[in-house]
Design a protein around this ligand. Structure first.
Ligand SMILES: Nc1ncnc2c1ncn2[C@@H]1O[C@H](COP(=O)(O)OP(=O)(O)OP(=O)(O)O)[C@@H](O)[C@H]1O
Length: 878
């Protein structure tokens, strides 16, 4: 007899502790509301959307103890019916899960568990409450050198760890980096991860987002060394941190970066340039990481030794085995002895019935067991069915729409768009307010200004003769001076709590925190609120940080925890597979049938054990009032408890690690540097080779195609064909070009027909644009001018007039509200490009991606819209 999974009651608050402190009547509403659970988690608002679906916030329904706060997690919900068997999607999901199961590093997002029911696979991840990293940079316009140094050290540490495990990420980019509560970096999205073996390190399948992909992935047919490709991506990320924009993002011939051929021609031909506010030492590291020749590119161990990262050498010297050890210690410490039934009492308990089969009697984990990922050491290109060899021809449905298309043009990079929009808007603003300091002048002002408060907490950049701060050691370097400040006892707001470690077992015996200090890694001397506001208020008005920092989170609740909690927008109602519960029924407690056990599998064994939850995602009837309010109250309550429990909670990832390994924290140093003008990179032999491969005569022999139809490679191809068919005319209209450049990141893609129309409009609006541009021209700082000029000189074979969309039309389109249809495609923008290996003929791949060309890019459209709206509002205020 088939057991019908029962629907269960969810009694709102996860434990009696909450029900005691919260009276239902206090919710002030008797309306029956529903909320959603998935396994042992209450499902909250949407944190973001990716290729696989939505990522939801979740709370454990049953904290381990009544004193515990409900654990917050991020649940990546993947609809099972959207994953065709043997599809690339399936491969990506299992690749991600398998990889995460083997990675335990503080800068790699932690896999909590994997749940599934008949409708969904839920990948439960550590919640990164700090939000998306690119938004963080966007808010700050660019990062201070010390902050960038700390975060880059974390990135490199995570990447080195991953590499040490024989894994390469292959899609490192700003969008795949998140921040935790303490603003530590978390690497996420391991969908393109792959194994390399020490004997055969080379890979053939190119992937990654064009802006972040190493040149050798795109312009050569040879297998590439995947770790070096990861390093290139790290270089691009570091550049974005320090500069506030992406390198090689200013090709006005190819403003949207749709034409990957052009993009890489530009990257390989255009020397790396730096804004003057990037100091020589990080420049040196950037030059070495963004070395087009992979053989000459710096490797991870050399990066670890680089002098710019010297303040973090202690952190960077932690060996992968030590990270594993620390993680194990934490696990052991956290996990009380298992109960007899084999369940982990610390794990949130499920109110759901648990079944291994769905209503049709199918084994629910059959899908998982079908996965052949990592079953044998398959060559990378084979393991990516979407890239080169598909084991079996995909079902028609998949052929039609395996994944959303058009995901991988450079302009699809939301980070790129947003960062560029801020940079452009800044220029625009400065053009209108010439007295207002530019980024560079602001940096200079900062550099000249004496420390305003406690020197050891305020990172400063000295351009010439720094005053020696107290408690500082000064060491001279070849072309710079590093002032290393050490933390003053008691003065820093963030003090790591010492832990007692059992020297025999490595177990953490107790955590002792000092006051209410919050642990931060490696002495990140974050300004305390009071100090920051003190500085802000004491700055002369003209040096005060602009009140115009772009705060994307004010427009979206995606990365703002509090918003999410308050809003607690519930998932789409009646989402099949989501479990609906009512408080009127008693919860049914059954132990999980399967759980993900870390370290229980190896990559070579294709086994994913998931907890199977029946009843799907549950909507809960809530007599007492809105669940949103309830959750909010719970979280408020939780915050309060958090204060009380701060000591217990101090053993955060870093404090544990640091205290265990070092005991003390080293404050970061500041680099004292001379600003230099633009530094250019010499063209290397490989660049010559790369250039040769990009000669127009060979354009038709495209050796790369975007896989899975989510790139705009077809556009690239047609553009190349257009190049060949047309006489190359030099664009002499600098005005149009610059205007386009300014607005390109906030503009959406237009059809060629629209372009023609808009060109006409542009011609009609010529004089008005003239005026605007001359203003821009005045305001453009010297670096930008150099960039523009450099780009301009490169455009010998330009057909830019045709390529440039009239700015007015672009703006208009960027402000256009995305259609519902296009909103549904937001996930499109988060994928990574898969560029086919050269072994694949163009035709297939281009055919695959063909239909994606005309698709809009709603995400950047909406991001751009937000940015423009923001600046519009700002200028109105001013
Ligand atoms: N652990 C997390 N904590 C908080 N937010 C998260 C977390 N994981 C993902 N998100 C949010 O969800 C969004 C989508 O996640 P993610 O990129 O991992 O999905 P995906 O399906 O793998 O997408 P893609 O492969 O297209 O990048 C992220 O941009 C981020 O805003």
């Amino acid at each position: 007899m088939t057991t019908v999974p029962q629907r269960h009651t969810y009694y709102g608050a996860p434990s009696s502790a909450y029900t005691q402190s919260r009276h239902l009547s206090s919710f002030g509403s008797t309306t029956k509301r529903k909320h959603v659970t998935f396994g042992p988690y209450i499902v909250g608002s949407t944190l973001g959307e990716g290729e696989f679906g939505k990522v939801k916030m979740g709370w454990s329904k049953n904290p381990a103890s009544s004193l515990d706060v409900p654990k917050q997690v991020a649940i990546k919900l993947v609809r099972r019916d959207t994953i065709p068997k043997n599809s690339e999607k399936e491969v990506k999901i299992y690749r991600e899960i398998n990889a995460l199961k083997h990675l335990t590093h503080p800068n790699i997002v932690k896999l909590e568990e994997v749940l599934q029911n008949s409708k969904y696979i839920g990948i439960v991840l550590e919640y990164a409450s700090g939000g998306e990293f690119y938004k963080y940079i966007q808010r700050k316009r660019r990062l201070k050198e010390s902050v960038a140094c700390r975060l880059f050290a974390q990135l490199i540490s995570g990447v080195c760890y991953m590499h040490s495990k024989g894994l390469v990420h292959r899609d490192l980019k700003l969008e795949n980096l998140l921040l935790d509560k303490q603003e530590n970096l978390l690497i996420t999205d391991f969908g393109f991860v792959n194994e390399f073996s020490p004997e055969d390190e080379l890979m053939k399948t190119s992937c990654g987002s064009p802006c972040y992909a190493a040149p050798e992935l795109v312009v050569t047919t040879r297998p590439y060394e995947a770790r070096k490709a990861d390093i290139w991506s790290c270089g691009v990320i570091l550049y974005a941190m320090l500069a506030g924009y992406l390198p090689w993002d200013d090709d006005f011939e190819n403003p949207d970066g749709d034409d990957i051929g052009k993009l890489y021609r530009y990257i390989t031909r255009t020397p790396l340039k730096f804004p003057d506010y990037i100091a020589p030492v990080p420049r040196d590291l950037l030059r070495e990481t963004l070395q087009p020749d992979p053989k000459r590119r710096i490797n991870t161990s050399q990066i670890l030794q680089h002098r710019w990262l010297r303040p973090h050498h202690a952190f960077l010297s932690v060996l992968p085995a030590e990270w594993d050890q620390v993680s194990k210690s934490q696990d052991i410490l956290r996990r009380p002895p298992s109960k007899k039934d084999g369940t982990d009492p610390t794990r949130p308990r499920s109110n759901c019935s648990v079944s291994s089969s769905n209503s049709k009697g199918e084994k629910r984990n059959s899908l998982i067991m079908d996965s052949t990922l990592y079953s044998q050491p398959v060559p990378p290109q084979q393991s990516q069915s979407h890239a080169v060899a598909t084991p079996s021809s995909p079902p028609p449905r998949m052929r039609q729409s395996p994944v959303k298309k058009n995901r991988h043009s450079r302009s699809n990079s939301a980070a790129s768009v947003a960062l560029q929009a801020v940079v452009d808007a800044e220029k625009e603003y400065n053009a209108l307010h010439p007295s207002f300091p530019t980024s560079a002048s602001l940096s200079a002002l900062q550099a000249e200004s004496p420390p305003l408060s406690s020197q050891n907490t305020s990172p400063r950049l000295y351009s010439h003769a720094p005053k020696k701060p107290s408690h500082a050691t000064v060491s001279s370097l070849k072309d710079s001076i590093i002032i290393e400040t050490s933390p003053q006892k008691g003065s820093a707001a963030y003090v790591l709590s010492p832990l007692q470690i059992d020297s025999n077992t490595g177990l953490i015996l107790s955590a002792k925190s000092e006051g209410s200090a919050v642990s931060l890694p490696h002495g990140a001397h974050k300004l305390p609120h009071s100090a920051a506001s003190h500085i802000a208020h004491n700055l002369p008005a003209h040096r005060r940080p602009r009140p115009t920092s772009y705060h994307p989170t004010s427009y979206t609740a995606l990365s703002d925890t509090s918003h999410q909690i308050q809003g607690s927008t519930l998932p789409e109602s009646h989402d099949h597979g989501l479990e609906e519960t009512s408080e009127n029924q008693p919860p049914m407690e059954k132990g999980p049938q399967q759980m993900v056990q870390k370290d229980s599998h190896t990559l070579s064994q294709p086994f994913l054990d998931m907890q199977i939850v029946s009843g799907d995602l549950i909507k809960t009837g809530d007599d007492g009032g809105t669940v949103a309010k309830k959750i909010h109250d719970q979280v408020e309550d939780a915050d309060h408890r958090l204060d009380l429990l701060r000591q217990r909670r101090q053993s955060q990832r870093y404090s544990v690690v640091y205290d265990k390994l070092f005991g003390t924290v080293t404050e970061q140093s500041e680099l004292v540097v001379d600003d230099k003008a633009v530094i250019t990179e010499p063209t290397t032999p490989i660049v010559q080779e790369l250039k040769a491969t990009q000669e127009p005569a060979k354009k038709s022999k495209k050796r790369f195609s975007i896989m899975s139809a989510y790139s705009s490679y077809n556009a690239s191809k047609s553009s190349i064909e257009a190049d060949q068919g047309k006489d190359k005319t030099k664009d002499k209209d600098r005005i149009g070009v610059e205007d386009d450049k300014r607005s390109r990141k906030s503009s959406s893609r237009h059809s060629s027909a629209a372009k023609d129309t808009n060109e006409q409009t542009q011609r009609n609006k010529g004089p008005a644009v003239d005026k605007q541009i001359s203003r821009d021209k005045q305001s453009t700082d010297s670096t930008e001018t150099q960039r523009v000029m450099s780009s301009k000189t490169d455009q010998t074979d330009s057909q830019s007039q045709r390529a440039i969309t009239p700015p007015a039309a672009k703006r208009k389109s960027s402000l256009r509200k995305p259609s519902k249809n296009s909103q549904n495609k937001t996930r499109v923008n988060r994928a990574s490009v898969m560029i086919a290996s050269a072994t694949k003929t163009d035709g297939d791949a281009l055919n695959k991606s063909g239909s994606g060309v005309s698709e809009a890019r709603p995400r950047e459209q909406s991001t751009a819209k937000k940015v423009i709206d923001f600046f519009k509002r700002r200028s109105m205020r001013l």
